[in-house]
Design a protein around this ligand. Structure first.
Ligand code: NAP
Length: 269
């Protein structure tokens, strides 16, 4: 018997990295998973992994910044799998660059993908969870807890996710809607996001306070070894385990909180 038997989960950005690991872990605990991503090929890999492990999964290509598509995603989830009671707002991008050179267009793109999406997803989920309840898990970052040079837009977006989460949790509670809303703050996790960001980052730009200029080869091993006292990056499944916990009744009194999974990166020197 799984922790999430009979539950239905929507996971965005499920075609790669943390989202794929979350979708697989939720399915392993018995949830039926509606996996979405802008990248249909990545989604297919996630879906076949879940199916091969005996899990239940449906997929849909979704740009999380598309307002109208959120209604479609929720409707299709309900029609194919049942009422969603878990939402993982995971899809995100990182656009780096020094503030003096940063364009307003890039700033708006960063906010749209990382913040508008979390608002749109949370709104769509609350509309379906007001009756019957649920758990909404928003993926922020350690960059939502403190600043990092060269990542001002990303930090701003993740800080917004952190506080939106708290506001949503308080609003749901006070309204009498049985919905918990929490944020997850990963440190350096071994996913493709660092390689995707490389072209967007300025040369020699330090992207973490702990990583000196010139040492910021954008691979998770290098970054994780320097940023975490544990000397390594985290694995996507180590974040997924926390997501499963927050989705389950094991965390029934944890609400409006920011949970950090960073190998002690933010614990001290
Ligand atoms: P990832 O491997 O790049 O996965 C992110 C997925 O989201 C990709 O499949 C990506 O597609 C998709 N995506 C991008 N824009 C989208 C959009 N507009 N609509 C729908 N899907 C979109 O990155 P990850 O590391 O797993 O990141 C997942 C989340 O964790 C993000 O919110 C990230 O900020 C956060 N996070 C990651 C780390 C880390 O060290 N990895 C640390 C802290 C927080 P494309 O491949 O086509 O872009």
């Amino acid at each position: 018997m799984g922790l999430l038997d009979g539950r239905v989960a929507v996971v965005t950005g499920a075609g790669s990295g943390i989202g794929r690991a979350a979708a697989e872990a939720l399915a392993k605990e018995g949830a039926a998973v509606f996996a979405t991503d802008i990248d249909p090929e990545g989604l297919e890999v996630t879906a076949s992994n879940i199916a091969a492990a005996g899990g239940k999964v449906e997929t849909k290509q979704q740009d999380v910044t598309d307002e109208a598509l959120w209604d479609t995603v929720m409707e299709e989830t309900e029609a194919k799998l049942g009422r969603p009671s878990i939402l993982v707002n995971n899809a995100g991008i990182a656009i780096g660059g020094a503030i003096p050179d940063f364009s307003l267009e890039d700033w708006k793109t960063q906010m749209s993908v990382n913040v508008d999406s979390v608002f749109l997803g949370t709104r769509a989920a609350i509309r379906r969870m007001q009756e019957g309840g649920g758990s909404i898990i928003n993926i922020s970052s350690v960059a939502g807890l403190r600043g990092a040079p060269g990542l001002s837009a990303y930090c701003t977006s993740k800080g917004a996710v952190r506080l939106f989460t708290k506001a949503a949790a308080v609003e749901c509670g006070r309204a009498g809607w049985p919905i918990r809303v929490n944020s997850v703050h990963p440190g350096i996790i071994d996913t493709p996001i660092w390689q995707k960001s490389i072209t967007r980052l300025g040369e020699g730009m330090p992207i973490l306070p702990d990583v000196p200029v010139g040492a910021n080869a954008l691979d998770a091993d290098t970054l994780g070894a320097q940023a975490s006292p544990m000397g390594r990056p985290g694995r996507p499944d180590e974040v997924a385990d926390l997501i499963v916990y927050l989705a389950s009744d094991k965390s029934s009194y944890i609400n409006g909180q920011e949970l950090v999974v960073d190998g002690a990166m933010t614990a001290g020197g």
